[in-house]
Design a protein around this ligand. Structure first.
Ligand SMILES: [Zn+2]
Length: 62
């Protein structure tokens, strides 16, 4: 992520990457809920190691 995180992104623990297809996750708690065999994926557009939004979005930290 080259831009700054917004406050809401910091709170939710991930930021949707610039192409809108993946999420850049920076909170370890979120990754605890991902499927065991899922290790993230490289976003080809943004060149960032990300998780699919389908994995990250259902997770609620609160
Ligand atoms: Zn992307």
């Amino acid at each position: 992520m080259c831009r700054k995180m917004t406050a809401s992104e910091q709170e939710q623990g991930y930021a949707v990457c610039e192409c809108g297809k993946f999420a850049y996750v920076f909170r370890a708690e979120l990754l605890r809920f991902k499927p065991k065999d899922y290790h993230g994926e490289l976003c080809p557009d943004c060149d960032q190691w990300t998780c699919s939004l389908e994995v990250v979005e259902p997770v609620k930290l609160r």
